[in-house]
Design a protein around this ligand. Structure first.
Ligand SMILES: C[S@@+](CC[C@H](N)C(=O)[O-])C[C@H]1O[C@@H](n2cnc3c(N)ncnc32)[C@H](O)[C@@H]1O
Length: 237
């Protein structure tokens, strides 16, 4: 960390110690308050279900546009993995490798505990594990970010997408979601402190679409899901 409290993360972004701490605090508030994540409860550390309707629903809601036949033995890198919610669901499709990255140390610690003992799963902190994460190039079939780009201003979104494009192998997928209705944007904005204008970004769908092209991705398509989200999915040539 530099003297002014700024740090460089694996995505090439400069972030402050305060921002890292704020994500920890947001998770703490969510876990102890009314906005508890759907997967927070007595089953949080229980073994994962590997098949059935949960997996099917997960695929429909979180991996639209990616053919089921290409999901076997997938190598997945997830930006903003949070508490490992998707990692746990993805166990059903048995990816051969999974790397989750988050800026909240609390989230990384909980996700590590949750998936402890599952081979091939790794959770990393975007700043503390930067060198390792920057060495990952062309090693994944899918780079995924769920409920993350809504928190990124355009300049950050571009850097994150460049990183996602770099970590996937030729033919690999890059997928990120955005909420598609105004109500959802309002809800997210309200959980932030006033003045944090970067926390919710308008027109993210268009931005993602353009930025994926700028990052050299092809076949970029938008897929709407039932959960009032749209996924923008591109492919590395
Ligand atoms: C709304 S949560 C979504 C968590 C998870 N993807 C899910 O759907 O359950 C957003 C996550 O993105 C993380 N995050 C925000 N900015 C980030 C960045 N620049 N790099 C990595 N993670 C980031 C936050 O710490 C938080 O855990």
């Amino acid at each position: 960390m530099s003297e002014d409290g700024k740090m460089l993360d694996c995505l090439g972004l400069t972030i402050t110690g305060e921002e890292v701490q704020r994500w920890d605090e947001l998770w703490l508030e969510d876990l102890s308050g009314a906005r508890r994540p759907s997967d927070w409860g007595p089953d949080f550390f229980k073994p994962c279900r590997r098949e059935g309707p949960v997996l099917e629903q997960f695929r429909e809601e979180n991996l639209p546009g990616i053919p089921v036949e290409e999901m076997a033995d997938l190598r997945v890198l997830e930006i903003g993995c949070g508490l490992g919610r998707l990692a746990r669901l993805q166990l059903g499709s048995a990816p051969s490798r999974y790397v989750g990255i988050d800026t909240s140390r609390l989230a990384v610690a909980l996700a590590r505990g949750r998936l402890h003992g599952y081979p091939g799963y790794e959770f990393c902190h975007s700043v503390d594990d930067r060198d390792h994460l920057q060495s990952l190039r062309g090693e994944f079939d899918l780079a995924l970010a769920v409920s993350v780009f809504i928190h990124l201003p355009p300049v950050r979104a571009a850097a994150v997408l460049r990183y996602m494009a770099e970590v996937v192998a030729p033919g690999g997928w890059v997928s990120a979601d955005v909420p598609v209705d105004a109500d959802c944007q309002t809800t997210v904005r309200e959980q932030w402190k006033p003045g944090e204008t970067w926390s919710v970004v308008a027109n993210q769908g268009d931005l993602l679409w353009e930025t994926m092209h700028e990052a050299g991705l092809v076949d970029v398509q938008t897929h709407h899901t039932l959960a009032r989200r749209a996924y923008v999915v591109g492919r590395k040539p």
